[in-house]
Write a protein that binds this ligand. Structure first.
Ligand SMILES: NC(=O)C1=CN([C@@H]2O[C@H](COP(=O)(O)OP(=O)(O)OC[C@H]3O[C@@H](n4cnc5c(N)ncnc54)[C@H](O)[C@@H]3O)[C@@H](O)[C@H]2O)C=CC1
Ligand SMILES: C[C@H](O)[C@@H]1OC(=O)[C@H](O)[C@@H]1O
Length: 256
């Protein structure tokens, strides 16, 4: 097992990519702290995930707190330490992408997107890194960035800068935290079918276009992201830091 007895914190783990990563981390021997928004509607999903992790022989705790709140990282770390004794891996995954055109972007939509995806990530990574430094055993931090850190989207002008931002955050943190043995890397998913793009991909033309751009001939599934996240979290990636792992079925390189 690649993460035996490690403690992994994952934000936005109630569903989608975060959930798939949580299950795979548990399968690989880790106990998991599930970060979620705190909404009542998420709680049954979280309870089901905890049950699934326990059936795998590992344990999980849950922290309901908004990703954009600067205090949330401290709460996640506290839960990891009080339940499992350490923080070994931190996966910053929570994110939103409310598709909207640029010229009439509501300020609140822009600000909420930046706050959730980037500002929250900054403070949560800082909280996890401080704990890892105090433990003295290194650690692994992974930010779920996006192919959108590299390319634009007319309906994503508020979102793509946050994904470029967390990619850049991992690069700078790799430099800042390398001396403590803390590795920092970014995962760049392509188009993965989850709730975040459900409405967008309901448009059959758009869906066919996205599939057509993907050499592997299908959109991604949350489970496709779990292996790469575990790899970056594990000792198999012991000399990998400051890296960006694009996991997109080949979409980025597919021009013609
Ligand atoms: N699905 C895709 O095509 C891609 C997704 N990503 C990124 O992957 C990450 C996960 O997204 P998906 O699993 O696709 O979507 P999703 O919508 O299924 O999951 C997003 C998760 O973030 C949580 N979340 C949202 N706002 C939150 C808040 N304010 N506080 C706490 N938690 C909050 C949600 O509850 C949910 O658990 C996001 O950062 C997204 O930007 C990156 C590239 C592509
Ligand atoms: C939400 C989008 O469908 C998804 O998010 C990303 O980061 C990719 O650009 C995909 O388009």
């Amino acid at each position: 097992m690649l993460l035996n007895d490690k403690t992994v914190i994952i934000t936005g783990a109630s569903r989608g990519i975060g959930r798939a990563a949580a299950v795979e981390c548990a399968r690989q021997g880790a106990n998991v702290v599930i970060g979620y928004s705190g909404s009542d509607s998420s709680r049954p999903l979280v309870d089901k995930l905890i049950q699934e992790i326990r059936e795998l022989g590992r344990d999980a705790s849950a922290v309901g707190a908004p990703a954009g709140d600067p205090e949330t990282g401290d709460k996640l770390v506290e839960s990891a330490v009080s339940n499992f004794g350490s923080v070994d891996v931190f996966v910053n995954n929570a994110g939103i992408c409310p598709f909207h055109s640029f010229l009439d972007m509501p300020r609140e939509t822009y600000l909420e997107t930046v706050n959730t995806n980037l500002n929250g990530a900054y403070f949560a990574v800082q909280a996890a890194a401080n704990r890892m430094k105090d433990q003295g055993n290194g650690g692994a931090i992974i930010a779920v960035s996006s192919i959108s850190a590299l390319v634009g989207g007319a309906m994503q002008t508020h979102y793509t800068p946050t994904k470029a931002g967390v990619l850049s955050l991992m690069q700078s943190c790799a430099v800042a935290l390398g001396p403590y043995g803390i590795r920092c890397n970014a995962l760049l998913p392509g188009t993965i079918e989850t709730d975040i793009n459900k409405d967008d991909l309901a448009d059959q033309q758009k869906r066919d276009y996205m599939i057509g751009r993907t050499p592997l001939g299908r959109l991604g599934r949350p489970e496709d992201m779990a292996g790469p996240i575990v790899f970056l979290a594990s000792d198999m990636a012991a000399y990998v830091t400051g890296a960006s792992l694009l996991v997109d079925g080949g979409m980025f390189v597919s021009l013609q």
